[in-house]
Design a protein around this ligand. Structure first.
Ligand SMILES: [Zn+2]
Length: 228
């Protein structure tokens, strides 16, 4: 069941102090709150989304899916990784990252500054000590980001980017280039896309098993070839 109400609060989480175009809160437009996971999944499916890397598939390695444990910070992976060799296409620094569906740009880290390795290590140690990874730390670990709001409290996050499409703002269409694959925010700097789907305050895949996630992704995402 979908409940429609008028909201004056933000439906976007995160900190992102180093962003230029990020819109924080104060939204007064109509927001549709979806009541259950099934409703969110249906709403996402109705967007007829494509994967954010052209001609790719969801990673074959479980550790690159949401809900995979991340022991080094006592937390969980919240998104899908697209690494070269695991998702059916070549992925390198500069591979285009595409909008999975129509939406509105709500964050572009155009003024992104990479965290120093020592500070990164300290944050990870603290996370380990606390037994969970704070949201602000997760935000830093995601590196340079673009976020797209697709309505129905569905937001997608495109992370570790090496660059952002010039002039990116306002509305985007499915398949529009948002930025370029990179390794920002990561220790190894190995180029890959980290991609998250957020349903209100929870990431897609939370609590799910890898095969469960793969089946759902196959049902939701439309195979689409680009530039062929
Ligand atoms: Zn990742």
């Amino acid at each position: 069941m979908i409940l429609v109400f008028i909201s004056c609060s933000s439906n976007v989480r995160g900190t992102g102090n180093n962003t230029e175009d990020q819109e924080k809160g104060n939204r007064s437009d109509v927001v549709e709150e979806v009541k259950s996971l099934e409703d969110y999944i249906l709403a996402l499916k109705n967007l007829k989304p494509m994967l954010p890397i052209a001609n790719s598939h969801v990673a074959t390695f479980d550790g690159q899916l949401p809900n995979a444990p991340r022991k080094y910070r006592n937390g969980y992976h919240e998104g899908f990784d697209f690494y070269d060799g695991f998702c059916g296409v070549e992925i390198e620094n500069g591979t285009p990252v595409l909008a999975i569906a129509d939406g509105k740009v709500i964050r572009t880290d155009t003024l992104y500054v990479e965290i120093e390795p020592e500070k990164r290590s300290v944050l990870l140690e603290k996370a380990k000590e606390r037994g969970f990874t704070p949201a602000a730390t997760l935000d830093i670990l995601r590196g340079r980001q673009v976020w797209i709001d697709h309505g129905n409290r569905i937001v997608t996050r495109y992370c570790h980017l090496s660059g952002i499409q010039h002039g990116l703002k306002g509305s985007v269409l499915k398949g529009d280039t948002l930025g370029l694959v990179g390794g920002s925010g990561t220790k190894s700097k190995t180029p890959h896309l980290h991609f998250e789907i957020y349903f209100a305050d929870d990431f897609f895949g939370k609590g799910m098993k890898p095969d469960e996630i793969r089946v759902l992704m196959d049902e939701i995402f439309v195979p689409l070839t680009v530039n062929e």
